[in-house]
Each structure stands twice: as C-alpha cells, then as structure tokens.
Design a protein around this ligand. Structure first.
Ligand SMILES: O=C(O)[C@H]1O[C@H](OP(=O)(O)OP(=O)(O)OC[C@H]2O[C@@H](n3ccc(=O)[nH]c3=O)[C@H](O)[C@@H]2O)[C@H](O)[C@@H](O)[C@@H]1O
Length: 424
C-alpha cells in the first residue's frame, strides 16, 4: 500500500479525537468562577434572569425538546411513508446512523425492502460520521428520523403511520469501557429505551417481529470456550454487559406476556468500513498513523467479526422471524410467540497483538506499542463464539477473516478521512 503514504501523511489534522473526552454536562459546573468585581448591575441582571426562569412554565429536558414531534421537519410523515415502501418486509431500523444500523438498513433497501431509520445522533462519538452515514442512506432512499427510542409519543405516531412488519433494534449505548465514565447513559438507552420500544411494539397493530442487538459481553467472566448460547450469562464484567443481559430478560418478559416475537443476536466485536471510532481497531489505526503510542492489553483476544457477515446474520434473523401473536388491545397474546438468541461471531479469536501487526502491515507504519496488564475497566480477556445454533437455524456462515476485513476497513478509513480533508 505504498500509494497510501502521500494520502496518509496529510490525514493527521482531520483525524477525530478519541471518545475519552465525553463527559456529561453536570461536570462542567466545577469550572464556574465568580469574578471578584461582580457589579450591582450584574446582580440585578442575575436576579431578573432567575425571576424569568422561575416564573416560566416547566420546560422539557434538553433531550425531550430535541426529540419532540414538533421539532421534526413538517413533512417527516410523508418521508417516512415513502421510505417504508418496498416489495418485501417493512422494517424500522433503530440506530440507523450507527455502524451496524447503516449497513443493515442499506442491505435491506438494496434487496427491495421498505426501511425507515430512527437515530438520536448523540455525541458519544463524532456526529460528523453519523451524518455522513445518514447521507449515504439518503442516497439509497432511506429516511432517518432524528428521534430517541425513549420518546413514546414519537414511536406511537410512527407505528400509526407505518405498519412495520419488523423492527431491527440496534440503537444502544455501546462500548464496554465508557460505562465506567457515564453509567446512566447505558440505563437510559439499553434499559429504559428498550422498554419504551417494546411498549410501542406491544401496542402497535399489527405487532412487529423484533430482532435486536445483544452482545458477546453477556458471557462475562465465563472461561469455558467457545461460548455457546446454553452457557451461563450471570457474571457480567461491565455495566454495559449487565444492561445487555437485562435486555435479554426484558425480552423474555415481553415475549411471555404480550406474544412479541423476539430474536436477540449476540454480536462479537463487529468491525469494518464505517465503523465505530471508540473501538480498538479504529482508534489504533488513527493513533498508529499519528505516531501516538497505543496500549495493548496483555493476553486479550477477540473473535473479531466482519460487518458483512453480521449483516447477513441480521437479515437471516429477520427473514426467519415468526409473527408476533399479541393483539393491539393491550397486547394480550393469542398463543406462544417465538423467542430466540443467537451468537453472531467469527469462530476464530485473534490476539490484540496480532490485530496490531496486521494494521502495521496494511498501513506500512510501525506502531508505538505499550503492552499492559489488562486494567479493571470492564473488559474480558477472551471471546470465542460457537455459532452452530445460528448456522443450523438461520444459515449463518461467517466467511471473512481478519486480514481481509481489516484491509477493507483501512481502504475505507483512508478514503473517508482524505475526502473529509478536501471538504474542510
Ligand atoms: O463483542 C461485543 O459484544 C462488544 O464488542 C466491542 O467490545 P470489545 O470486544 O471490548 O471491543 P474493543 O473495545 O474494540 O476492544 C477490542 C480488544 O482490544 C483490547 N484493547 C482495547 C483498548 C485498548 O486501548 N487496548 C486494548 O488492548 C480490548 O481489551 C479487547 O480485547 C464493542 O465495543 C461492544 O460495543 C460490543 O458489544
């Protein structure tokens, strides 16, 4: 890839910063300083501002305001209806501006299904990347509504105007280590948000079938490998894993009471073009190119799974999902509904050190490596999927090895940031 070198040398200034800087708003308060020469006028001004604040009606929370139906573009309903037109399934993809969401939405649209996206465009990582994915989908005719899965009235309206046959639920607070910095964001999206979505599905008429993203992290501290769906999942190592495990139990309840057909997919470290900047393969690429030191956790290995394989697994899960059995009036079920869980992994774990040497080869740059003991940050040492159940029941068959997948990722990374630079 020596032809990459001229491009790579120009990338540094536009390569995004990493996610460690994200902090929730309240922490900003410690920066407030009272100036010693605060004048009487300043106090009066402050008094009037406070008066106005306390006399005004209660305002919506910033998130609620952003999500309100009134703040959506006036013709959003028409756009959603048009986007939902297609010859096959009619799918709501939550988290459609996310990594897996974008790829799944695109694949569904390409094969002729109707697709509507929903995403809250939060700033967990660079929103520019999410907007770029949105533009990509728009060019394919997929409309993404900017809204939150916690917004019950938006969901109710959406299910009223489009009769979704399926929901592909990929909106979530992702990332294992970030859960130590911002635990509440995991509760907000992965638990509250999931319940809000299931409530809307339960009340919808017809009820859609649901396929959603769980995680390999539910296997937690298990040491028996490869991980099989029958193995225990009651010792999560991170809050992220705990919320995904909670999601699986919540799914069980909604299936049991309301007859919702639900399939959970345990993804194993999904990577590829249009990926997530908070993941190691992505920020290692960025840091290697900048000459910044990278930390390799000793003994860590992952069953890295290429995005195209995961997309095929998602589509297979949608295609084999049976109908929900609940009614619209309160959702009481007419019979038992389908409830499934599958591992979607690659079945061949690779040490993180090996991932780095593949990247070094592809980028033609030597990494500045520091090997550390794995910190207590929620990470587990090792993942390895047994996919025989998914293979047998939905025909899942991963085919892309890490060298091939990373080569495709690096190609995308270089061209994406090079073209961004041109537009700056
Ligand atoms: O399989 C999954 O379900 C999960 O996969 C990833 O989590 P993780 O496997 O931890 O992926 P990365 O954060 O990209 O880490 C990959 C490997 O690199 C290691 N690592 C990470 C960061 C670092 O600085 N150094 C380092 O060696 C980690 O310990 C891990 O072994 C995703 O971030 C989760 O959202 C997802 O649910």
């Amino acid at each position: 890839m020596s032809q990459l070198k001229p491009i790579l040398s120009h990338l540094d200034p536009i390569i995004p910063s990493s996610t460690g800087k994200f902090k929730s708003a309240p922490y900003a308060f410690h920066r407030v300083r009272f100036h010693p020469r605060l004048t009487l006028w300043s106090f009066l001004l402050l008094f009037f501002v406070l008066l106005l604040f306390f006399c005004s009606p209660p305002a919506a929370s910033p998130a609620g305001k952003r999500r309100s139906l009134h703040t959506l573009s006036p013709n959003w309903e028409i756009k959603a209806r048009n986007s939902a037109k297609g010859g096959g399934l009619t799918v709501l993809v939550t988290g459609a501006a996310g990594f897996v969401g974008t790829h799944v939405a695109m694949a569904l649209k390409k094969r002729g299904d109707g697709v509507v996206g929903l995403d809250n465009f939060n700033s967990y990582y660079e929103t520019g990347l999410k907007k770029a994915r949105k533009s990509l989908l728009e060019r394919q005719g997929v409309f993404i509504i900017e809204g939150d899965i916690n917004d019950g009235s938006l969901l109710a309206k959406l299910f009223e105007i489009v009769h979704f046959s399926h929901v592909m639920h990929l909106a979530a607070q992702a990332g294992v280590r970030y859960a130590m910095q911002n635990p509440n964001s995991y509760i907000h999206s992965n638990i509250k948000g999931f319940v809000s979505l299931l409530e809307a599905c339960k009340n919808a008429n017809p009820q859609p079938s649901i396929v959603w993203a769980s995680s390999s992290s539910v296997y937690g501290l298990n040491s028996k490998v490869p991980f099989s769906e029958k193995d225990r999942t009651d010792q999560p190592a991170s809050l992220y894993a705990a919320t995904k495990k909670a999601g699986e139990e919540i799914a069980h309840t909604y299936n049991h009471i309301y007859g919702l057909s639900i399939t959970g997919l345990r993804f194993f470290t999904v990577y590829g073009p249009w990926g997530r900047p908070d993941m190691a393969y992505y920020f290692f690429t960025k840091d290697i190119l900048r000459g910044k030191e990278i930390k390799i956790f000793q003994g860590a290995a992952r069953d890295f799974t290429y995005i195209d394989d995961v997309v095929k697994g998602c589509l297979a899960a949608l295609d084999t999902a049976k109908k929900s059995t609940g009614s619209s009036s309160g959702g009481a079920k007419r019979g038992a509904a389908q409830l499934r869980i599958y591992n979607l992994g690659n079945t061949s774990p690779v040490p993180v050190g090996k991932l780095v040497s593949i990247l070094e080869k592809l980028l033609e740059v030597k990494a500045r490596k520091k090997v550390l003991q794995m910190p207590r940050n929620g990470d587990v040492l090792f993942t390895h999927a047994n996919v025989s159940l998914a293979r047998k029941e939905i025909g899942y068959n991963p085919t892309v090895d890490l060298e091939t997948g990373l080569a495709r990722f690096v190609k995308w990374y270089v061209s994406y940031y090079a073209s961004k630079k041109k537009t700056v």
